[in-house]
Design a protein around this ligand. Structure first.
Ligand code: ADP
Ligand code: MG
Length: 324
């Protein structure tokens, strides 16, 4: 049986020199980080709870990826560069196979982003994974939710709705062939945090406001609109979708793209004179970027179809504490 300290040492303490921004990593009372002088520290936490954010029996390798991916996605949405993260883990048992898969998924993504695990806490309990991530950015460059301005374009990275489509297939609401099932499962379980794009948007002063879409675009965009005291017109038929969702009927396509959830794409606003530079940032970061609407001085979010006619889709964002 693994002791708590054997477990930490075996799976989470890596035998290697700390990175440039880490003075001291796992093993002491605190980690010591050294942000680049003059930069602001960007800090965010995201918790994943079994049976709420993922199903019991979820593949530990994918879970390791996803719990860090959703945190990196928050840094991306602020335009910050990753520095490191802590991991608070409640585990029902010290299962070596589970820990091996989980830590491999976690470290593969961490290493891809040069983001080190610097500490954490480990306890017995119902499976629960909470990561706090640290990043840095130059003062005045953060992509804040209160920074959208009337006349801005609204942009989306990547594609929307695939994770929701996978969930619909799991609930037998739609039938997918094997290839579409695999493609949408990948989008649900292994989202790609858009860190490189977010950094280019922030560092280049290209975007005003941004957030990452976790609860569905329509609900999440409202956060930008409320903080910035503006409104928006959103062309639902311009929302980028992957091939699996593109094969679905129009009503479902619109609903899942506009309000699906678990997308972990960026929604950002930017002045029209930055269009060419934003397309170049998309190219440079290997991330598709699509213009889907406009910020308006008038409050409220208006959904329109490809011809500009109003749509009433009766969509709501995900809220953990709302009834139903
Ligand atoms: P403390 O008694 O101060 O809470 P712990 O005994 O919980 O410290 O942890 C010992 C060391 O291991 C600390 O440096 C802590 O940050 C680290 N640690 C504990 N759990 C994890 C984990 N899941 N991942 C990474 N580091 C961890
Ligand atoms: Mg502790």
């Amino acid at each position: 049986m693994l002791s708590e300290f054997d477990l930490i040492k075996r799976y989470f303490q890596r035998d290697r020199a700390p990175g440039a921004n880490t003075v001291l990593g796992v093993g002491d009372d605190c980690a010591l980080l050294a942000p680049t002088p003059g930069k602001l520290l960007a800090v965010s936490s995201d918790m994943l709870v079994e049976d709420r954010h993922f199903f019991a029996g979820a593949d530990p390798l994918l879970l390791g990826h996803k719990c860090l991916a959703v945190n990196l996605s928050d840094l991306a949405a602020m335009g910050a560069a990753p520095l490191g993260f802590t991991l608070a883990l409640a585990l029902p048992a010290a299962d070596p196979d589970w820990l091996d898969g989980f830590s491999r998924g976690l470290f593969a993504l961490a290493d891809a982003h040069g983001c080190e695990l610097v500490g954490g806490d480990t306890t017995k309990g119902p499976l629960n994974v909470c990561i706090t991530i640290f990043g840095e950015l130059a003062p005045g460059r953060a992509l804040r939710r209160d920074a959208a301005r009337a006349g801005d374009d609204v942009w989306i990275s990547g594609t929307l709705g695939d994770a929701r489509l996978w969930l619909a297939a799991r609930r037998s609401e739609v039938a997918l062939d094997a290839a579409d099932h695999a493609a949408t499962a990948q989008r649900m379980h292994a989202p790609t945090p858009r860190v490189a794009l977010g950094r280019l948007l922030a560092d280049g002063g290209l975007a005003h406001a941004a957030l990452d879409i976790s609860d569905g675009l329509v609900g999440d965009l409202q956060h930008i609109l409320a903080s910035s005291r503006v409104g928006a017109v959103l062309d639902v038929d311009a929302l980028p979708t992957g091939p699996a969702l593109a094969r679905q009927p129009r009503a479902l396509r619109r609903r899942f793209a506009a309000a699906g959830g678990d997308d972990y794409e960026l929604c950002f606003t930017a002045p029209a004179d930055k269009r060419a530079a934003i397309l170049a940032a998309g190219e440079a970061s290997g991330t598709a970027v699509t213009r889907v609407g406009t910020i308006t001085a008038e409050a409220g979010l208006r959904l329109v179809d490809g011809d500009g006619a109003g749509l009433d889709l009766q969509l709501a964002g995900w809220d953990h504490f709302s009834p139903g």
